[in-house]
Design a protein around this ligand. Structure first.
Ligand code: EPZ
Length: 433
């Protein structure tokens, strides 16, 4: 194992979170670095000829998994007390992502493009499906083939190789975040110019592009639907600070809206939450913004129901859908939520119904009639953002709610019970003995 230090194993597999509802959240919560930015950025460091240092890294299980993945390839990783990670790619001599890691974190697929671009070969276990959908990776593979890689799927592994990738114009049939990121990383070292059309515009894609540019890559248009990359022969190491997590920010703001409290999110990036802030204002929240903070005052009011349709950025994010389903469950009126990105992202609905929510799912639409009260019960997390929505529901439910399988939540929310406790929630983690 090459990591000098990994995160303490504080995450018991079958830990639970117990919440006693009814407290309006009040105070200030600091926002961590974005999970969906730090993962591709850590992987992108293997494109460099020198070590890179990444700061504002959130303390998440997926970060630990990514350190393990890079360590097994032969990279040297170290983590300091300020959670800054140094990744030295110079010792990399194995070019694969094994199934035991890929099955715990689909984002492992992100090593494919960089390994082929930098080392000419890669073997990455084909990610299986997951709770929210089949989640194919065909666009990742097709994009790499268009850049000149030989790609085959054998015995559950993606095997890819190339002498030198060649620039190409790639039109993505569907907007894919990690698909865009995989192709973008590969294109930085290709011979010639690449154009990625119908590219994902998420802020995390922009953060990755900024990281790559700081390594010496030549990228234009990140954050729009057309990204142009002029390939270079090599990239350097760099120092970079990861952007704040807009989904974590939105999750805490919804917790405040549901409990009728008053909350200030610091170290945030308000400009990345326009669609979410619009909906929170529609739900009746008073919101004020600063350079790096967002403040919400719900004034003890019950939120009003809102209608949501998820879509790629800058439209309303699918990663906030489950949280708004929870808000609508106790809001005044009826809210209609349509999920257009993933085919099975209503797993939280059955669990919310156990707390008394009145929700009907028809295809990819949920019709939610707000009820005045939910009542606490034991419930089970199924995927990362669904588990967050169950915690939010527990914050307002009468009595005690116990959320099982919180390893899902530890993948994406840094010390969630500490942050919620600091703003008044009655919440604690119970590890299975
Ligand atoms: C990223 O997943 C995020 N994960 C997800 O966050 C997020 O929900 C999703 O983007 C959408 O915003 C990371 O960034 C690590 P997609 P990704 O490829 O890239 C289809 C969380 O909660 N598709 O943008 O895997 C796919 O089936 C996680 O933090 C193909 O058809 O999602 C889906 O319908 C969950 N073929 C749509 O595109 C492909 O090759 C969008 O998926 C790739 C994707």
């Amino acid at each position: 194992m090459h990591c000098k230090q990994t995160f303490p194993e504080g995450i018991a597999d079958m830990a639970r979170i117990q919440i006693t509802g009814g407290v309006p959240l009040r105070g200030e919560v600091w926002i961590s670095g974005a999970k969906n930015a730090v993962l591709p950025i850590m992987v992108a460091s293997l494109l460099g000829e020198e070590p890179s240092r990444i700061s504002n890294v959130p303390h998440l299980q997926d970060v630990t998994t990514t350190m393990e993945l890079l360590g097994r390839m032969g990279a040297e990783l170290s983590l300091d007390e300020k959670m800054q990670i140094e990744i030295d790619p110079r010792g990399i001599d194995r070019f694969e992502a094994p199934y035991d890691l890929v099955k715990t974190m689909r984002a492992s697929i992100l090593v494919l493009g960089p390994l082929v671009a930098r080392f000419g070969r890669a073997r990455v276990a084909l990610p299986g499906g997951c709770a929210i959908g089949s989640r194919p990776v065909n666009l990742h593979l097709h994009g790499l083939q268009q850049l000149g890689a030989n790609v085959a799927v054998r015995n559950g592994n993606i095997e890819a190789s190339a002498d030198r990738l060649r620039g190409a114009r790639i039109v993505l049939d569907t907007v894919t975040v990690t698909g865009t990121e995989n192709i973008l990383m590969a294109a930085t070292l290709a011979q010639g110019t690449s154009i990625i059309e119908n590219a994902a515009q998420e802020p995390e894609v922009v953060d990755l592009a900024n990281f790559l540019v700081s390594m010496g890559a030549k990228i234009e248009g990140a954050g729009t639907n057309t990204i142009t990359v002029e390939g270079v022969d090599s990239l350097n190491g760099t120092d970079y600070s990861v952007l704040p997590d807009r989904i974590e920010t939105g999750t805490y703001l919804i917790a405040c809206a549901m409990t009728g409290g008053r909350l200030r999110c610091t170290r945030a990036r308000p400009g990345h939450l326009d669609a979410v802030l619009d909906k929170l204002s529609e739900a009746g929240a008073d919101i004020s913004l600063g350079e790096d903070w967002i403040e919400m005052d719900m004034g003890g009011r019950r939120p009003r129901s809102v209608d949501i349709t998820t879509a790629p950025y800058p439209a309303f994010p699918t990663d906030m859908q489950a949280q708004f389903t929870a808000l609508n469950s106790i809001a005044e009126g009826t809210g209609v939520i349509t999920e257009t990105v993933f085919e099975n992202r209503f797993m939280h609905v059955q669990e919310l119904q156990r707390l008394g929510a009145d929700i009907q799912v028809k295809g990819n639409t949920a019709i939610i009639r707000g009820v005045p009260r939910l009542t606490g019960a034991p419930i089970m997390a199924t995927d990362l953002r669904a588990s967050a929505s169950l915690v939010l529901a527990g914050l307002v439910a009468d009595g005690v709610t116990t959320v099982d399988r919180v390893y899902h939540i530890d993948r994406g929310y840094e010390v969630i019970e500490e942050k919620l406790s600091q703003i008044g929630a009655r919440i604690r983690r119970i590890s299975e003995t």
